[in-house]
Write a protein that binds this ligand. Structure first.
Ligand code: CP
Ligand code: NVA
Length: 310
């Protein structure tokens, strides 16, 4: 393993990078995506290895990191709780000491953010959050890039969040604080976003609405997520009742700005958090959003391992 000029920095929360670093990453994403679309080989990460640790299920995160790393000339090691010693209670700090001596970069999807941070504290190499109970920064990176691709800068815009105050909501709030937009949040009672967990410094970057239709009024982007996140399945029935009015439908999209976009990190449940008409309708950009996971993460991996190019 060649020690490169990498940053040795982690991406555990959205606030781990600054606004000007996001501007750089979005520019690199545009370039890296353009090369991919033109079938141009771009392999700056030859001989670099990414370890991916999954303690929860995934489709997009796994495929986007794995395909992205191979496209950039590197390789991946895929571990799950079930097929590694993590599932047999080896301390996460010991796993970090061992794994980070053998690879250049680690991506982890797990439960508590504290576990991810425990790993990162002992890691010799950068660690990326691939989703925790509290945050999903790679997804918001892709979502904001997708917004920029379709509509230009997100600064000063309004994003409506309809649904649970979960890992996606927390990360949207952090991103609003850093990139200068506003989130209109509507959650059922008992499922509010927690400002302390979201880690928002500027309270003006979000507003709370009792009714989801009011949160959507005038919004430039309407977004939602599953009613029950991974790890909370025992609450499924209770949540089904509490969330019944938090289904993004055509009335909500009509209340939003005329050119509003709809996003969902996926997987989606049509008829629960969103109607089929909206997610499969003309304002939905969910497939671009999913594809962009790969392009933004390639830019992120390049940045963490090689620093700024040029
Ligand atoms: N959006 C997202 O992270 O999808 P997966 O759970 O399939 O990785
Ligand atoms: N909030 C969801 C996102 C899935 C990508 C979850 O944590 O399950």
């Amino acid at each position: 393993m060649k020690p490169g000029p990498g940053l040795r920095r982690h991406f555990l929360q959205f606030k781990d990078l600054r606004a000007e670093e996001y501007a750089y990453l979005f520019e690199r994403t545009r370039e890296i995506k353009k090369r991919f679309k033109n079938y141009e080989r771009y392999q700056p990460l030859v001989d670099r290895t990414l370890a991916m640790i999954f303690e929860k299920a995934s489709t997009r995160t796994r495929v986007s990191f794995e395909a992205g790393m191979y496209q950039m000339g590197g390789s991946v090691v895929h571990l799950t709780t079930g097929d590694s010693q993590l599932g047999r209670a080896e301390p996460v700090e010991d796993s970090a000491r061992v794994i980070s001596r053998m690879v250049d970069l680690v991506m982890i999807r797990t439960y508590e953010q504290a576990k991810l941070e425990g790993f990162a504290a002992q890691s010799r190499v950068p660690v990326i959050n691939g989703l925790t109970n509290e945050y999903h920064p790679c997804q918001i990176l892709a979502d904001i890039y997708t917004f920029i691709e379709h509509r230009g800068s997100i600064q000063g815009k309004v994003v409506a969040w309809v649904g649970a105050g979960n890992n996606m909501a927390n990360t949207w709030l952090q991103a609003a604080d850093i990139l200068g937009f506003t989130v209109h949040v509507s959650t059922p009672s008992g499922y509010e976003a927690d400002a302390a967990v979201a880690g928002v410094r500027n309270p003006a970057c979000w507003k709370i609405f009792d009714h989801p239709l009011d949160a959507c009024a005038g919004a430039h982007l309407v977004t939602t997520d599953v009613w029950t996140s991974m790890g909370y399945e025992a609450e499924n029935e209770e949540r089904r009742k509490a969330f019944v009015d938090w289904c993004v439908d055509e009335d909500m999209m009509s209340a939003a700005a005329p050119d509003a976009l709809f996003m969902h990190c996926l997987p989606a449940h049509r008829g629960e958090e969103v109607t089929a008409e909206v997610i499969d309708g003309p304002q939905s950009v969910v497939w671009d959003e999913a594809e962009n996971r790969m392009h933004v993460q390639k830019a992120l991996m390049e940045y963490l391992l090689l620093g700024r190019i040029g």
